[in-house]
Design a protein around this ligand. Structure first.
Ligand SMILES: Nc1ncnc2c1ncn2[C@@H]1O[C@H](COP(=O)(O)OP(=O)(O)OP(=O)(O)O)[C@@H](O)[C@H]1O
Length: 509
């Protein structure tokens, strides 16, 4: 996260330390650190940096698989209008904004009382400013260098600064109390973090366990999977995927994702959720993408219960990830998802009908999302297709107004992990610029997954913001290959016999 301005908590803390009214002038000797520039171009450089150290043993990195090493995740978005001018492609019908679940949006605080209070004291001049001609962003106080003003731009701003650096002037301590519970946390966060919080319907990050205990008894939490960025835990009937963000140290050998990237992934997840609305007038709907039930920003170290769950999984499966030792201030995004079952890599398909249904569901799902949002998954390897068995016979899909019923043979798929995905929400195009991740295209020759990334690169010609539905087709071809070469069915001897007979009748060996 960028530099935070937490004047309120400092003011309040210093008041408490002073024991109330004793005025004390404190000098500030540190120059305010320049905020980190977090533009995507810098992220690109950072990515290279990480790649450079990746193969070395710095930090004892555990992950080194190219397939799971997308270090540069500079997710980007461009406005639809700008995009439409460049591309001879049809802009999709504007859809209503992604729905934030009803009842989950917290009410914004009403600052009316506080505003009136400050209007009343507006006549006060609270601080004598003496801008340094040499350093416009600093004020001088003798030898001391005073931090530059945060962008609060009100009388409040001046009062806060005066309170911080000259306790003798300004109104009494009651002022700080007025805002204590309402805006102190807001002053604490940078813009992209606030945007992320807002997309999650929050004013401030939640406590980890408070958030998790809404879904299950904490003791029942079990780790069920892991990716480079996320740890997945089963919490009752849901799955919580926890992604650390904004920290200045690497996790699993990768630079942590930034709040603005996660903000886009949050929008993308809510947008795909719209496809699950089967209204009568719906033009495009399908149940093929994992249902996002909630998304929360959390803060704090991993709870001992989560650490225990992590260690138990590590004992059984041998984790590729780092042990989750996070500091007090660590922030995360917690995706609360429907449990989608097992990934295709470990799921045992019982017969050809199940394999065929899997292919049809994935194909239809991609077709629907493509029609609705120009969606391209761009990373549909067998770890990102989950399967579960249920008693369903068919599943409803609507493609461009046409209702389709797909036979499931008792198997239902859920597509997950939209990190590389591209989507046109009707307001923005969200995509990941893979140009900045050359390592992704350097996987082993002949490996189906590696070849698929390379084919995508050839199709898009590195213009990743563009719409290239063919990338979806490339992943379908990959999927067929995987089913043919890497999956086998348990077959009864009776069935095997019948197959042989049929083949012989057809003149096949
Ligand atoms: N909704 C879900 N239901 C069941 N299992 C899930 C679910 N979401 C994630 N998982 C499990 O957690 C694993 C990691 O999830 P995911 O692929 O989304 O993480 P990631 O960090 O984004 O991965 P990557 O390394 O591909 O970037 C999955 O392979 C799967 O085993």
């Amino acid at each position: 996260m960028g530099e935070r301005v937490d004047l309120w908590s400092e003011v309040i803390k210093s008041e408490e330390e002073e024991g109330g009214d004793v005025p004390k002038i404190e000098a500030v000797y540190q120059r305010r650190k320049k905020p980190e520039n977090k533009s995507s171009s810098e992220a690109v450089n950072l990515g290279w940096l990480v790649k450079g150290t990746r193969t070395s043993s710095i930090n004892g990195l555990k992950r080194d698989s190219w397939a799971r090493s997308l270090s540069t995740r500079g997710r980007e978005s461009i406005a639809v209008r700008a995009y439409a001018n460049n591309q001879p492609q049809k802009k999709p019908a504007r859809r209503k904004k992604p729905p934030i679940p009803k009842g989950k949006v917290e009410k914004a605080p009403d600052f009316q009382k506080e505003k009136e209070y400050f209007r009343d004291i507006d006549a006060f001049e609270l601080l004598e400013e003496s801008p340094s001609p040499n350093k416009p962003s600093t004020w001088t106080m003798g030898e001391q260098v005073v931090p530059e003003m945060p962008h609060l731009s009100t009388r409040l701003e001046k009062w806060l600064i005066s309170k911080k650096f000259n306790h003798a002037c300004g109104p009494s301590s009651t002022l700080s109390k007025i805002f204590e519970n309402s805006i102190s946390t807001h002053l604490d966060f940078d813009k992209s973090f606030l945007d992320l919080l807002s997309a999650c319907g929050q004013m401030q990050p939640s406590n980890f366990m408070e958030a998790l205990s809404k879904f299950c008894e904490p003791d029942s939490i079990v780790k069920i999977g892991e990716g480079t960025y996320g740890e997945a835990f089963r919490t009752g009937s849901s799955v919580c995927k926890i992604v650390p963000i904004d920290g200045d140290f690497r996790v699993n050998g990768e630079v942590q994702k930034r709040a603005d990237e996660l903000h886009e992934e949050v929008i993308l997840s809510w947008t795909l959720n719209q496809l699950r609305e089967f209204e009568t007038e719906a033009q495009n709907s399908c149940p093929a993408f994992i249902k996002t039930q909630d998304i929360k920003v959390c803060q704090g170290p991993y709870d001992p219960i989560l650490i225990k769950a992590w260690e138990e999984w590590d004992d059984l499966h041998g984790s590729e990830n780092d042990h989750p030792d996070f500091p007090e201030k660590q922030c995360y995004v917690m995706f609360v998802l429907e449990h989608g079952g097992k990934d295709l890599e470990s799921f045992v398909l019982l017969n050809f009908d199940e394999a065929r249904s899997l292919l049809v569901q994935v194909t239809a799902g991609l077709a629907v999302a493509e029609a609705a949002f120009e969606f391209e998954h761009r990373d549909l390897h067998w770890g990102n297709i989950l399967l579960s068995r249920n008693n369903s016979c068919t599943l409803p899909f609507i493609l461009e107004g046409k209702q389709i019923s797909i036979k499931t043979f008792g198997v239902q798929i859920s597509i997950i992990d939209f990190t590389l995905s591209r989507i046109n929400t009707g307001e923005k195009i969200l995509f990941l610029d893979l140009t900045s991740d050359p390592y992704l295209f350097k996987g082993p020759k002949g490996d189906k997954q590696a070849e698929t990334y390379r084919k995508m690169k050839a199709v898009t010609e590195d213009y990743w913001e563009g719409s290239f539905a063919r990338t979806n087709v490339l992943w379908l071809i990959y999927l067929v290959d995987i089913l043919l070469t890497k999956k086998s069915f348990e077959r009864s001897s009776k069935k095997r016999k019948r197959t042989t007979v049929t083949k012989e009748a057809d003149g096949e060996v």
